[in-house]
Design a protein around this ligand. Structure first.
Ligand code: XMP
Length: 518
């Protein structure tokens, strides 16, 4: 089955919502590849074989800037339908001889468009609908041959098209959920106008990935660093279904996992019948190496290095191994392809699985390379991975090590684990772990504070609670949790966790704060 054939290629001009466009298209069961705008036709074809349509994303630039990202010649030459969104629309207009100009007012937020013509894009949709705008330039005059499909009070050319040539432009963002019928517009474009193939279903993906993995791996043995997160669990199970006991999972417990988590990982391996799974309790290696260390970057470095050492030590005991499995997902691939975005500064040194045995470098099996996180979750559910893992919130590689601010000791970790468990289980009971918060956890601070319990003065530890909402983890806002729920959690923590007499709720957004404290 040629799963990717007949999909959509999306040129990334740097908009924050470019990945969302690809996710929305894939929700239609159509394959979409998000590629840098500098890609050649051959590169685009390799990413999205036989693509039937092109979408140009938004971007932060103006078409009149000296180094404005251009429209590659092959886009119009390939004669497939094109939809330009925001900057993409302006680029298309500029190229075809229309006029783009600074708008009198920058438009940001919700607007109502009046549909004047269906044009293929608005088929079956309301005459007036809410759309999400975010632009400072606008279309002063559409190119010859274009007609207006929709207008707002501020933007008379909110949607334009040359239906004959299959060229469309929208000033608003159909990919964001605030645009009322955005998904339907994308459906109209992708399915009706482009005639793209709807073969990208979770069932097909599972089948094709298992088959491709089996062909790639042959008779080799595959080493998997199992963390218990959704990515390594789903990647592992796909490989397991492909090559059975040739899968060799290694779970390193660094002692900084959350309550009950290590047992859960071991239980999952048993449930999935991963007969070659090795679980290593390396708590002493890690806590020994972290003794007396308080600097956040030093902690991260030590945890990363110890992880690499332990992983390599264990792998060397397992006999000949031919492949290394990694849970790389599509956003990692997009990032490393580089979109011409200004290089991101390193804020924290992230670590996942380190310690590649030397001979496995380049021998990678990455069954999730083409998938977004929501697709990984859907496949996980299909493979019978328990909900608690499929829907687990992200948890950093260095674990509670970066949430135990100050020195990491077993006693402090136990205190943090207990407080974190109270917080997250209360959120779970209130239905706020899967929806309502993107990440929620407790942090143990390196200060003590004075309190009073009964008639006695106390001088004890402080717990901070952090809960954020975010769609991409690049920016985040603090979750507006119900004060009554916070009060209940706070009183449970001070009553049930020995040594804690004060609880704080973190009301910082990212930026300027980060999600984790270290
Ligand atoms: P920050 O704290 O930078 O975190 O706002 C953004 C997201 O990344 C997670 N995070 C990590 N994930 N290894 C990981 O796999 C790491 O070293 C790491 N550090 C932070 C963090 O939990 C949040 O989801």
């Amino acid at each position: 089955m040629a799963l990717k054939d007949g999909g959509i290629v999306i040129l990334d001009y740097g908009s924050q919502t470019a990945q969302l466009i690809a996710r929305r298209v894939r929700e239609l069961n159509v394959f979409a590849a998000l590629v840098p705008y500098i890609y050649t036709l051959d590169e685009a074809r390799e990413a999205a074989p036989g693509f039937r349509g092109i979408i140009l994303s938004g971007g932060p630039t103006s078409v009149y800037e000296a180094d404005a990202p251009p429209l590659p010649d092959w886009v119009l030459a390939s004669r497939v339908p094109v939809l330009g969104i925001c900057y993409g629309m302006q680029l298309l207009t500029h190229r075809l001889g229309g006029e783009v100009a600074p708008a009198a007012r920058r438009e940001y937020g919700l607007a109502t468009v009046r549909v004047e013509r269906d044009g293929g894009l608005f088929g079956g949709l309301d005459a007036a609908q809410a759309v999400w705008m975010s632009h400072s330039d606008h279309i002063a005059r559409p190119p010859d041959g274009f007609v207006v499909l929709a207008a707002t009070g501020n933007a008379p050319h909110a949607a334009i098209a040359d239906p004959e040539r299959g060229l469309f432009g929208v000033q608003f963002h159909p990919e964001v959920s605030h645009t009322e019928h955005g998904a339907a517009m994308l459906r109209n474009f992708v399915i009706d106008v482009c005639g793209a193939s709807a073969t990208w279903t979770p069932e097909n993906l599972v089948e094709v990935t298992i088959e491709a993995t089996r062909r790639k791996v042959g008779a080799g043995r595959v080493l998997l660093g199992m963390s218990g997160g959704v990515d390594s669990s789903v990647a592992g199970e796909l490989i397991h279904r492909a090559v059975g006991d040739q899968l060799v999972p290694v779970f390193v417990n660094h002692g900084m996992l959350r309550q009950g988590e290590a047992d859960q990982v071991i239980e999952l391996g048993r449930q999935l019948n991963w007969r070659n799974m090795t679980a290593v309790d390396a708590t002493e290696d890690f806590l020994g190496a972290l003794q007396g260390v308080t600097d956040p970057e030093d902690k991260r470095m030590i945890i990363g290095q110890t992880f690499a050492d332990v992983f390599e030590r264990e792998a060397s005991r397992l006999g000949a191994l031919d492949w290394l499995a990694q849970g790389t997902i599509y956003p990692d691939v997009i990032e490393s392809a580089g979109t011409g975005r200004p290089g991101a500064k390193r804020i924290k040194s992230h670590h996942n699985v380190g310690g590649l045995p030397e001979h496995l470098k380049g021998r990678l099996v990455e069954p999730l390379r083409d998938l977004f996180k929501d697709e990984v979750r859907r496949i996980g559910a299909l493979l019978g991975i328990p909900e608690a893992i499929v829907w687990r919130q992200p948890f950093p590689g260095p674990g509670l090590g970066v949430r135990c601010v100050g020195e990491v000791t077993w006693e402090r970790l136990e205190m943090l684990r207990a407080a974190d468990h109270i917080f997250t289980s209360e959120l779970d009971a209130a239905g706020l772990l899967r929806e309502g918060t993107a990440q929620a956890f407790a942090v143990l601070l390196p200060v003590r504070s004075v309190g009073v319990m009964g008639d006695n003065r106390t001088y004890e530890e402080v717990i901070a609670l952090r809960a954020v909402t975010t769609s991409d983890f690049m920016t985040a806002d603090w979750a507006r949790l119900d004060p009554a729920l916070l009060a209940h959690i706070s009183s449970r923590i001070v009553n049930e966790v020995n040594g804690v007499n004060r609880v704080l709720y973190d009301i910082s957004s990212k930026p300027p704060a980060t999600i984790e404290w270290e």
